[in-house]
Design a protein around this ligand. Structure first.
Ligand SMILES: CC(C)(COP(=O)(O)OP(=O)(O)OC[C@H]1O[C@@H](n2cnc3c(N)ncnc32)[C@H](O)[C@@H]1OP(=O)(O)O)[C@@H](O)C(=O)NCCC(=O)NCCS
Length: 164
């Protein structure tokens, strides 16, 4: 599907929150606490945007189809809150967003790290298809959630190795 990825501007934030809410709300039916995604306020997102880059996916009519946030720490790019509007699921929007993280990541990054809810297995094939590999489980992590975490090393080159 034709989708454009850009760095989000403040005027995109309300639509991003709406998409995020739509994307994560179905998990509440499975007994998963979803308020960190479904009840995030504009103020909270605006504060988060000071620390992270937020990418937004738009379809040709300008509607927001998805978003993702990331922040580099010492060469590791931490990805958070990827979401695609359920209306646009399985059309390549999530792929375009995650590949764009690699494009926008700082040139000295060596790894991308992301986590998904341990309680739901449905995102695992998505991350595997994008070249991520499972690395660890973090019990009782952000907001007391158990997480399955993945890593990808798309920038690996001789400069990034500490091997003897
Ligand atoms: C996870 C999510 C971002 C995926 O976005 P998407 O736009 O539907 O994914 P894409 O269409 O880009 O899929 C990319 C590839 O993953 C595969 N894939 C995506 N979701 C899949 C699923 N549930 N099961 C199996 N394969 C899946 C696609 O078939 C595609 O495979 P391909 O390489 O053969 O083309 C989206 O489903 C979503 O927003 N979910 C709700 C929020 C959420 O759980 N976010 C993740 C929190 S960590």
């Amino acid at each position: 599907m034709d989708v454009r990825i850009d760095i989000a501007r403040t005027e995109d934030f309300p639509a991003i929150l709406a998409v995020q809410k739509k994307a994560f709300l179905p998990y509440s039916a499975k007994g998963i606490e979803t308020s960190i995604w479904t009840e995030e306020t504009l103020d909270e997102l605006t504060r988060d945007a000071r620390e992270k880059t937020i990418l937004v996916a738009k379809v040709p009519d300008g509607r927001v189809a998805g978003a993702v946030r990331f922040a580099p720490v010492e060469g590791v790019v931490f990805v958070r809150k990827i979401c695609v509007d359920p209306e646009y699921k399985r059309l390549g929007v999530g792929r375009a967003l995650l590949l764009s993280v690699e494009k926008y990541a700082p040139s000295d990054a060596h790894k991308i790290s992301l986590c998904t809810l341990l309680l739901t297995h449905e995102n695992i094939p998505f991350f595997l298809r994008l070249g991520y590999r499972p690395e660890t489980v973090f019990p009782d992590h952000y907001h007391h959630i158990d997480l399955l975490c993945f890593g990808k090393y798309p920038f690996r080159s001789p400069r990034s190795t500490n091997l003897p």
